[in-house]
Design a protein around this ligand. Structure first.
Ligand code: SAM
Length: 419
């Protein structure tokens, strides 16, 4: 089995940077890839803008040969090169499936819901391994039917012949400089030795398996949260004849760690175990290279946005209500990991980081390079001619690449054992 990979929804290449341990680029801007993964195809297309800044950055760093800049829904899935590992970060959307005359066929037409694109690729290419990233609330979505979205994903994977493991990981719990909680999904095809091995191991008791034997276990040590009990469920054809049945009726309290084998779900809450060094926001600052615009901030506005509020508002129907929110740090603490960066980072917004620069002793927003550091990309990775506001947006969309580097090492040894 070769270490070949595909990166979907590639953005500026967070999976590739992590898996191939990219820490710098050469004088032509080309990434220096130290890891073993050969990326045979990558796809990135930004629907909201004409300019394709993220894709242009990807091409500068990794070359244009295997890079595709079209809406993934227009790609003939069979034309994607054969690969061992499919990677991608996709949004949490409404995965509900409408019943149609031809039952499951109806789902194919759901436009804009990117999970179905991933599902089509999985069915067409059957990659032995899949590594996906989503927001933490994926496991609980949607509010009206908790767990339905993830249930649909698990059912699709099982129907396609895969076992699935997942972990919700907060990067800061393992020493990374950003408190960013994301759901990571690792799927493995029935034809792999890993599937057989995991099937055998799973006889040892699910709690032990979740803590000790998943792909995530070694890079991200954890223990069962005190007082928590295992939750078990099923998403098979016996309980839910078709995918629309899953969509209509499935609900389940998915916890932060678990696996699904042969439609059987085991899940439990876990706590991270980590005693190593913790990287802070302060350590990611670049105080000698702060562009002027970072200081052009409305300090009073930021103070107000971040403060506690209890405001009387009037709804469209005339109903009056109080809108309340608690205070958040003003300015942000430099001796802790940062908060989660959002795509609105750098704008005058409650969630943008706002710091007191320790060198100039003046208030400011973060620089794009500082944001890259919080995602653990090389400095100036996105300094490819795009406006700063796009660099902030892209940073808010990207991965903490150090997590992927750690997962990559675990996946490498799994792939090595296949040979
Ligand atoms: C959450 S971001 C992934 C970021 C990436 N992991 C990184 O490290 O930069 C999702 C990406 O999917 C892209 N995207 C959205 N819709 C798409 C579509 N229909 N086809 C291809 N890419 C799409 C967005 O432009 C965005 O860059």
């Amino acid at each position: 089995m070769e270490k070949t990979a595909v990166e979907l929804f590639a953005g500026v290449g967070g999976f590739r940077v992590g898996l191939n341990d990219v820490t710098s680029f050469d004088e032509h801007g080309r990434a220096i890839e130290k890891g073993p993964w050969k990326f045979v195809w990558a796809n990135q297309w930004e629907p909201a803008t004409k300019e394709q800044h993220a894709f242009d950055c990807y091409v500068l760093r990794f070359g244009k040969e295997e890079s595709s800049n079209v809406d993934i829904s227009l790609v003939d899935k069979k034309s994607i090169p054969v690969h061992t590992l499919l990677t991608g970060g996709f949004p949490c959307q409404d995965y509900s499936v409408a019943r149609s005359l031809h039952d499951e066929k109806g789902i194919e037409g759901k436009k804009g819901v990117l999970w179905w694109q991933i599902n089509d690729i999985i069915k067409a290419k059957k990659p032995p391994f899949v590594l996906l990233e989503n927001v933490d609330r994926l496991l609980k979505a949607p509010a009206r039917q908790r767990g339905q979205a993830f249930g649909i994903i698990l059912r699709c994977f099982c129907d396609a012949g895969y076992g699935v493991q997942w972990r919700v990981i907060n990067a800061a719990d393992y020493g990374h400089p950003q408190r960013r909680r994301r759901t990571f999904i690792f799927a493995f095809h029935k034809d792999t030795k890993y599937y057989d091995d995991f099937m055998t191991i799973s006889g040892n008791g699910p709690e032990k398996v979740i803590v000790e034997d998943m792909m995530f276990s070694k890079p991200f040590p954890c223990k069962v949260k005190d007082g928590e009990a295992l939750k078990e469920g099923m998403v098979s054809k016996k309980e839910y004849k078709t995918l629309p049945d899953v969509s209509e009726h499935f609900s389940f309290p998915f916890q932060g760690a678990g696996y699904c084998l042969n439609y059987e779900i085991k899940t439990i809450r876990v706590d991270a175990i980590y005693q190593g060094k913790v990287k802070t926001l302060g350590e990611c600052l670049d105080v000698d290279h702060v562009p002027d615009y970072c200081y052009k901030v409305d300090v009073e506005k930021f103070k107000y946005l971040k403060g506690a509020k209890h405001i009387l508002r009037t709804a469209a129907n005339g109903h009056e209500y109080y809108y309340s929110e608690g205070p958040i740090a003003f300015p942000d603490y430099l001796n802790q990991p940062s908060r989660t960066m959002l795509t609105s980072e750098g704008t005058t917004n409650r969630s943008s980081h706002f710091i007191l620069d320790p060198k100039s002793n003046r208030y400011r927003i973060l620089t794009p390079v500082e944001c890259e550091r919080l995602d653990e990309f090389p400095d100036d990775w996105t300094n490819t001619g795009m406006p700063p506001k796009r660099r902030y947006f892209i940073a808010g969309n990207a991965l903490v690449t150090g997590l992927i580097k750690s997962m990559g090492q675990a996946i490498e040894s799994i792939v090595d054992s296949e040979n």
